[in-house]
Design a protein around this ligand. Sequence first.
Ligand code: ZN
Length: 214
Amino acid sequence: MDSTSGGGASDQNVGEGPSATGGGSGEGSAAAPPSRYESQKRRDWNTFLQYLKNHKPPLTLARCSGAHVIEFLKYLDQFGKTKVHLSGCAYFGHQNPPAPCACPLKQAWGSLDALIGRLRAAYEENGGRPESNPFGARAVRIYLREVREGQAKARGIPYEKKKRKRPTTTTPAIASAAMSQVLDGAASASASGGAASSSDAGPAATVAPTTATV
Ligand SMILES: [Zn+2]
């Protein structure tokens, strides 16, 4: 089903060791393997760099704007696994359509939101300045909000439900991480298409695990 993998980004797993092991003090302890969040973040970052590399016209990180980030998110939609009904579809607004339809599959808002959180952190960890972080651009926030509202309508998810209060507003990256894990679990439990198994290959893998339940 996910035949899009051979896209040339095959070397993503070669990242050597954690980048931020202080290296000084703890001699006896073997370096702990990076957390799931950390390795996902690294994979996402590599995917994005690969995307820039293949971009036409060529694009460097330094020249990357919020608009480019949005373009990247739209590009990822082709690997999505979440049915988003078009307004003309009979199942528009239905949470559990009784039959299949021809509407496109896209990335679920929750996947994109978590992805942006990871990339935003990765950008700064790789030397980018916070004030020029394209993943934190206002346009990206607005785009994500539109995706959320549009998908909520199209998929019959009450908007209020999504507007959960967060305990703190200061650590969006951590919130996203927690959320992506929650979504992962939910997806493997409920995704009927068996799609959740296509990991580790190509750009799709970076955001694949989260599916219908957002
Ligand atoms: Zn539909």
